[in-house]
Design a protein around this ligand. Structure first.
Ligand SMILES: Nc1nc2c(ncn2[C@@H]2O[C@H](COP(=O)(O)OP(=O)(O)OP(=O)(O)O)[C@@H](O)[C@H]2O)c(=O)[nH]1
Length: 508
C-alpha cells in the first residue's frame, strides 16, 4: 500500500464505504483509510448506539438511576473500562431481586427460613391441601412441592417466596371456582328434589333424572357444565309437570264420560240380559283401567253392543253420538300430550339451542362408538373445539347474537361433516365432534376443512360479517382408553391451540 498515492487511497476508501454500505461519517472514513493505507486500524467509538441503549434501560429504583448516570458519564468519556463495570453492576441488580414488590435498596435476603416458621408454613399448606379438590392438578402439585421444600429446609428463602407467590395467585382462582361450583351443585340438587315430589312416579323418568344428576356431578366439574345441566333440567321438569298434569286430567274426564255412557245405555233398555251382562262387564273393565289403551277396546265393544241393540230412541242416539265425539277429542288430546312428553324426554339428550347432542347424548354416542370401533378394529377420533374470543362477540353484540353465532357454527359443522359424524355441545362455546372410522390425521384434516368452511360461510348479523374461528384438539382413541380420557386429551390439545395463538388445530 505504501507505493499508493494519497488520492488513490482516498478513492478506494470512498469505494469501500459504498460497498460496505457504511454511513460516510468522519470516523468510518478514517478507519477504512487507515485499513487501506496499512496503518493501525482505528475502530470508532459507538456513541450513538450506546446512547440509544441508555435511553431504553429502566431507571426506576435509586440503584438503577445511579448506574444509568454512571453509564452516561462513561459514554461521554468514551471510557470502555467504566462502561464494562457499569454494565456488570446493572446485571447484578437483577440477581438479588425476587419480584416487583421488592424495594431498593434490597434488604439482605434470609438464606433459609427459620425451622419453626418453615414447619408452620408446611402445616398451613397441609391444611389447604386437605380442603382443595384434586380437580386442579397444577395447584395440587404446586402445594405438594412447596410442603416438601419447606420440610427439607434446604431451599433458599428467595425461591420459597417466589413459589409461594405463584401458589397464592393460582389458589385464589381455584378457591373462588370451588366455592361457585359448590353453590351451583347445591342449587341443582335442590331443583331436582323440589320437583321430584311434584311429578308422578314413573320409573323411566326417575332414571333419566338420576342420570342427568350423575352426569352433572362427575368430575371434572366446570361452572359452565353445571349451568347447562341446570337449565336443561328446569326445562324438562317444567314441561313434564305440565304435560303430566294435563294428561291425568284428560284421562280422568274420559273415564267419567264413559261411565255416563254406560249409565245411559243401561237406562235405554233393560230388555236384554245379554246386553246388561256386556255393559256390566265393560263398566267393570273401565273402572279397573288405568291406561287409554285398555279403555279403547272396551269402548269399541260397547259401541257394537249398542248398535246391536238397535237404539230406538233418537234422543239417546244423539246423546251417545255427542259422547262419542267428546271421547275422540279426549283421545286426540291425550295423544298430543303424549307427543309433548316424548319431546320433553328428547330434550334430555339434545341441546335446546343448537339442536346438537348434549353431554348425556354424547356419553351415549361415545359408549356406542367405542364398542363398535373395538368390535371392528376401526379407528375412532374425537375433536374438541372451542370458539375463539366468544366473550367479545357477546360483549360487543349481545348475548342473543352470541347464541345465534353458536347456532351458525353448529349448522356449518353439520353440513361440513359426514353423515356418520356426530356433533355435541360440550359446554357454553365448546363442541365435540365424534368421528367414527377416522384416524388422527384424518380428524385434523376434517377440523381444518371446517375452519376453511367457516371462513367462506360468514355469520351475518345486521349486515355485518362476523368471522367465527375456533381452536381444536384432536385425539384418536387408544386401544384401552376411555371416553373421558380421550376427551381430556382433546381438551389439552385445544388448550395448546389457544396458547399457540388460536384459530388452529392441534394433535392431542
Ligand atoms: N351467548 C352465549 N354465551 C355463552 C353461552 N355459554 C357461555 N357463553 C359465554 O362464552 C364466553 C366464554 O368466554 P371465555 O371462556 O373467556 O372464552 P373466549 O372469550 O372465547 O376466549 P378464548 O376461549 O380464550 O378464545 C363467556 O362470556 C360466557 O358467558 C351461551 O350459551 N350463549
Amino acid at each position: 500500500m505504501a507505493d499508493r498515492n494519497i488520492s488513490d487511497i482516498a478513492r478506494e476508501t470512498l469505494r469501500q464505504l459504498a460497498l460496505r454500505r457504511l454511513p460516510p461519517t468522519p470516523e468510518n472514513y478514517q478507519a477504512i483509510y487507515a485499513e487501506i493505507e496499512g496503518g493501525p486500524v482505528h475502530v470508532p467509538f459507538p456513541e450513538a448506539p450506546l446512547r440509544a441503549i441508555l435511553r431504553v434501560l429502566p431507571g426506576q429504583t435509586p440503584a438503577q438511576i445511579r448506574l444509568l448516570e454512571q453509564l452516561g458519564a462513561a459514554i461521554n468519556r468514551k471510557d470502555w473500562q467504566a462502561l464494562q463495570s457499569v454494565m456488570v453492576g446493572y446485571a447484578n441488580l437483577g440477581l438479588h431481586a425476587t419480584g416487583p414488590a421488592l424495594k431498593e435498596p434490597a434488604a439482605e435476603p434470609l438464606a433459609v427460613l427459620p425451622e419453626d416458621l418453615a414447619e408452620q408454613l408446611a402445616r398451613l399448606m397441609d391444611n389447604i391441601l386437605n380442603t382443595l379438590s384434586e380437580d386442579d392438578a397444577r395447584v395440587h402439585d404446586m402445594a405438594v412441592q412447596l410442603v416438601d421444600m419447606l420440610r427439607e429446609g434446604a431451599a433458599p428463602s428467595s425461591t420459597l417466596v417466589l413459589l409461594l407467590n405463584n401458589f397464592t395467585y393460582r389458589l385464589s382462582f381455584a378457591t373462588e371456582e370451588q366455592g361457585a361450583i359448590r353453590l351451583g351443585l347445591l342449587a341443582l340438587l335442590r331443583l331436582v328434589f323440589e320437583n321430584i315430589s311434584a311429578l308422578s312416579p314413573n320409573d323411566d323418568w326417575l332414571r333419566g333424572q338420576a342420570e342427568a344428576l350423575m352426569a352433572a356431578a362427575t368430575p371434572p366439574l366446570t361452572l359452565r357444565r353445571l349451568d347447562d345441566v341446570q337449565r336443561r333440567l328446569k326445562d324438562v321438569i317444567y314441561k313434564q309437570t305440565e304435560a303430566r298434569a294435563r294428561s291425568a286430567e284428560a284421562q280422568e274426564q274420559m273415564k267419567e264420560l264413559l261411565a255416563t255412557f254406560i249409565e245411559r245405555l243401561a237406562k235405554i233398555s233393560s230388555s236384554s240380559d245379554r246386553y246388561h251382562g256386556t255393559m256390566e262387564r265393560c263398566a267393570e273393565l273401565i273402572g279397573r283401567a288405568s291406561r287409554l289403551e285398555d279403555i279403547t277396546p272396551v269402548l269399541q265393544e260397547v259401541m257394537s253392543a249398542t248398535r246391536a241393540m238397535a237404539l230406538d230412541s233418537r234422543v239417546a242416539h244423539d246423546e251417545l253420538e255427542a259422547l262419542r265425539q267428546r271421547t275422540e277429542e279426549k283421545h286426540a288430546e291425550i295423544a298430543k300430550l303424549q307427543d309433548e312428553l316424548d319431546r320433553a324426554s328428547a330434550l334430555a339428550r339434545h341441546d335446546p339451542l343448537t339442536g346438537t347432542l348434549n353431554r348425556k347424548g354424547l356419553d351415549e354416542v361415545m359408549e356406542r362408538e367405542i364398542a363398535r370401533s373395538r368390535r371392528n378394529g376401526a379407528p375412532l377420533c374425537v375433536a374438541l373445539l372451542d370458539v375463539d374470543n366468544f366473550k367479545s362477540i357477546n360483549d360487543r353484540l349481545g348475548h342473543d347474537t352470541g347464541d345465534a353465532a353458536l347456532v351458525h357454527l353448529a349448522n356449518v359443522a353439520r353440513s361440513a361433516m359426514r353423515p356418520q359424524d356426530m356433533l355435541a355441545r360440550y359446554g357454553g362455546e365448546e363442541f365435540v365432534v365424534v368421528l367414527p372410522e377416522t384416524t388422527q390425521a384424518q380428524g385434523i384434516e376434517a377440523m381444518t376443512r371446517l375452519q376453511r368452511e367457516l371462513t367462506t360461510r360468514f355469520f351475518l348479523q345486521n349486515n355485518e360479517k362476523i368471522l367465527i374461528t375456533f381452536s381444536a384438539g384432536v385425539a384418536q382413541l387408544g386401544t384401552e382408553e376411555t371416553s373421558t380420557e380421550a376427551l381430556r386429551r382433546a381438551d389439552q390439545g385445544m388448550y395448546l391451540a389457544k396458547r399457540a395463538g388460536k384459530n388452529r388445530v392441534v394433535a392431542a
